[in-house]
Structures are given as structure tokens and as C-alpha cells.
Design a protein around this ligand. Structure first.
Ligand code: SF4
Ligand code: SF4
Length: 174
């Protein structure tokens, strides 16, 4: 008789515990039911990048002094700075500049340390190509201004939750 009672009690406890777990699961499911989807319908919708997003690097040829600081601070010595010494003016003349985005890790070191600020990181993140050699950008490709998704009326720009919260915070109180 006694083992049967303890068996029933244990069975009851297990049932209560299982019901509690199911209830907790339902609460989590319901808390997600009220949220907006996090996926976006790319390429018809595109995310608006954050302010300090580290996208494709922009390069201004005229500002570069061929000092090669960007090469030295790059963890993989990636930027290729091709220059020639102009002996008459005792200055370096920049000939070619390139960065291979197939290898770049977008750490932003080159941008941070460039003494003339001729490098900057843009909001551009669509860098896919069929041939990896196409990712080796020369000074012409690097000098192209980034395409802003805000100016494209065929695309629906999507803000992330951080940007929505920032707008809410910046709103003046009534
Ligand atoms: S650090 Fe700036 S100025 Fe110097 S070579 Fe690199 S891009 Fe040119
Ligand atoms: S972003 Fe980083 S990895 Fe890419 S070129 Fe600059 S320093 Fe090198």
C-alpha cells in the first residue's frame, strides 16, 4: 500500500512540473507573438546601417601622400600603395592605390590612422561578385561615392530596433 502512495505522489509531482514547463514555454511564445519580424525582404527592403557602420572603404586619391601608414597599421598589410619619388620636388607621387575587399576584414585601422583622412568607411555592404578578383578595388573603384539606399525609391529602407529607440529618445517631450 505504502509504495503505491509514494508512486502516485511522485507521478503527481512530475505532472505538475511538466505542466509548469509547458506554461513557461507558452509564455515565451506569447511574448514573441507581439513582435515585428526581424527578417527583411531583401533586395526589395534593405536595412539602414548604423552611424558607425564599417562598410566599403572610400578613398580620395588627391589627398593621399603615399606615406604607407595604412599598410603598416593593417593587420594583413593589405593596401597596395604604388608610388614614385619625384626627385626635383623631393616628394612621393602616388601612382596607384588598391584594397582587396576579398581579403579585408573591415577593421577600420587604415581609416583611423591615415594622417590626411583620405580613407573613410561607407555604409555600402553589397560587395558580392562572381569573380573574387573583382573585389580588388583600385583607386577609381575606391573613389566611387557609396550608393545610399535612402535615395532609391524602389527600395523600402528598414530601421533596426536600436535606430527606432534612438529616434524615440531624441523626440522632444510633450
Ligand atoms: S595612410 Fe592615408 S595618406 Fe598614407 S598612404 Fe595610406 S591612404 Fe595614403
Ligand atoms: S579595414 Fe583593416 S583589414 Fe581592411 S585594409 Fe583597412 S586596416 Fe586592412
Amino acid at each position: 500500500m505504502f509504495p503505491m502512495v509514494t508512486g502516485f505522489m511522485s507521478y503527481g509531482q512530475q505532472t505538475v512540473r511538466a505542466a509548469r514547463y509547458i506554461g513557461q514555454g507558452f509564455i515565451i511564445t506569447l511574448s514573441h507573438a507581439n513582435r515585428l519580424p526581424v527578417t527583411i525582404q531583401y533586395p526589395y527592403e534593405k536595412s539602414i546601417t548604423s552611424e558607425r557602420f564599417r562598410g566599403r572603404i572610400h578613398f580620395e586619391f588627391d589627398k593621399c601622400i603615399a606615406c604607407e601608414v595604412c599598410v603598416r597599421v593593417c593587420p594583413i598589410n593589405l593596401p597596395v600603395v604604388d608610388w614614385r619619388l619625384e626627385t626635383n620636388i623631393k616628394k612621393k607621387q602616388l601612382l596607384n592605390y588598391s584594397i582587396d575587399f576579398g581579403v579585408c576584414i573591415f577593421c577600420g585601422n587604415c581609416v583611423e590612422y591615415c594622417p590626411t583622412n583620405c580613407l573613410s568607411m561607407t555604409e555600402e555592404y553589397e560587395l558580392s561578385a562572381y569573380d573574387r578578383h573583382e573585389l580588388n578595388y583600385n583607386q577609381i573603384a575606391l573613389g566611387r561615392l557609396p550608393i545610399s539606399i535612402m535615395g532609391d525609391y524602389a527600395i523600402q529602407p528598414i530601421m533596426n530596433s536600436t535606430q527606432i529607440n534612438k529616434i524615440d529618445k531624441d523626440k522632444p517631450l510633450d
